[in-house]
Design a protein around this ligand. Structure first.
Ligand code: P1T
Length: 402
């Protein structure tokens, strides 16, 4: 690895190094800055001086390119072991940019279980432009095979899904889709596991997208999204759209994410350690009807998880015995788990998908998926394990006593 690279492309020697090392060094080369700053500076300038008309040093205008953003994009590409990465103003802005690759009459085959906002964008925004969307359960690859059409241009799924942590065999889906039509673009939303625990590009996916707002930034203080890809044609098209649509993140936010990523590996290990302990504790609790966690052998797709993930992440779901009132009593008593939407940050969060993150789904779809009022989603943070268990225990005891 050369620390003396100036402005160039990603240094691919770096890709041989470990995840934690890449998170600290990729895109951070001090020689790209005149000052040799060890931490990429926040370049707030919206425009860049040109030597002569249309002759510039790689940057013209802040929407089309920014040095702080470039550092982040390089580092992110290295974490996904991708050739290219691009960042956007939010996860949903990323989805809207990718959808710009389609035209009227095209079809999308999407997972039936997606973050509520992702489903809402396809259903109410993309559909307005004459794009049809078919939703299928991706955990059964034969459903996807049946859904593909001659006008299908995009296949989009989350694995694991938000909120119920259903898992899709990425390799099996890629084989089916590419055999049907190799031009179809396959996108995996990798938000729930982050590049630390899952590398969808290794299994034949064209684009991996992330809501950076979650684990990658990890501190609940930035809204951002990203794509990573090895395909230069898609990178070129998406870079064009990134500038043309203009939903780019601020340099300050890029700086924060760049900093947050340096501890992604450490944070993910602690999220996982805590989540596994929490899931095991909840499994034994009389007020809990069912627990869903990737690291439990009871997960119906444990064999697929073992095959394609290097860890289980920090998201845990449970169904509580009782009704919404029981759930509300439990939430009211929690002291460390904050009742809030979002996930993947250092502090533990809790939410009720049916009336919060997935309230925008049609009620009949929620029912079909099993997102009812007794489902509680935990984003297990990096606090001390015993404190989290103790917090859940006292709140469950209270709710159980009513
Ligand atoms: O919030 P934003 O950065 O726009 O990302 C949207 C998004 C995309 N994909 C997944 C899997 C997500 O979970 C999200 C956002 N999710 C929440 C806010 C949530 O609480 O589930």
């Amino acid at each position: 690895m050369s620390k003396n690279q100036v402005n160039g492309d990603v240094d691919h020697d770096l890709y041989k190094l470990g995840f934690g090392t890449r998170a600290l060094h990729a895109g951070q080369e001090p020689d790209q800055w005149n000052s040799r700053a060890v931490v990429p500076p926040i370049v707030m300038s919206t425009t860049f001086a040109q030597f002569a008309p249309a002759v510039h040093a790689g940057y013209e205008y802040g929407r089309s390119g920014n040095p702080t953003r470039n550092s982040l994009q390089k580092c992110l590409a290295s974490l996904d072991k991708a050739k290219f990465a691009l960042v956007y103003a939010s996860g949903l802005a990323t989805q809207a940019n990718i959808t710009q690759l389609l035209k009227e009459g095209d079809n999308i085959v999407a997972g039936d279980e997606l973050y509520g906002g992702t489903n809402r964008y396809f259903r109410t925004c993309a559909a307005k432009f004459g794009i049809s969307i078919d939703y299928v359960n991706f955990s059964k690859p034969e459903n996807v095979e049946r859904a593909l059409k001659s006008n299908t241009k995009l296949v989009w799924f989350e694995t694991p899904t938000n909120p119920l942590l259903k898992v899709t065999d990425i390799e099996a889906i890629c084989k089916i889709v590419k055999k049907f039509n190799s031009d179809i673009i396959i996108v995996v939303d990798n938000t729930f596991l982050s590049p630390y625990f899952q590398s969808p590009l290794n299994f034949g996916v064209d684009i991996v997208m992330n809501s950076i707002t979650k684990y990658i930034n990890g501190h609940s203080d930035v809204i951002m999204g990203s794509i990573s890809t090895n395909r230069s044609d898609l990178h070129q098209q998406l870079k064009y759209v990134q500038n043309a649509v203009g939903a780019v993140p601020s340099p300050f936010d890029c700086f924060l994410v760049n900093r947050g990523m340096k501890t992604l590996a450490l944070r993910m290990e602690q999220h996982q350690k805590n989540a596994l302990a929490v899931a095991k504790f909840l499994e034994e609790h009389p007020l809990v009807r069912k627990v869903i966690y990737l690291g439990l052998k009871s997960h119906p797709q444990y064999d697929v998880i073992k095959k394609q993930c290097s860890g289980f992440g920090g998201m845990v779901c449970m169904y509580i015995n009782g009704n919404l009132e029981t759930v509300k009593a439990f939430l009211e008593k929690l002291k460390l788990f904050t009742l809030a939407e979002s996930l993947g940050a250092v502090e533990s969060l809790v939410e009720v998908p049916s009336i919060m993150t997935h309230a925008s789904l049609p009620p009949e779809l929620r029912k079909e998926l099993g997102i009812d009022d007794t489902l509680v989603r935990l984003s297990v943070g990096i606090e001390n394990t015993d404190d989290l268990i103790q917090d859940l225990d006292q709140a469950l005891k209270y709710a159980n006593s009513l």
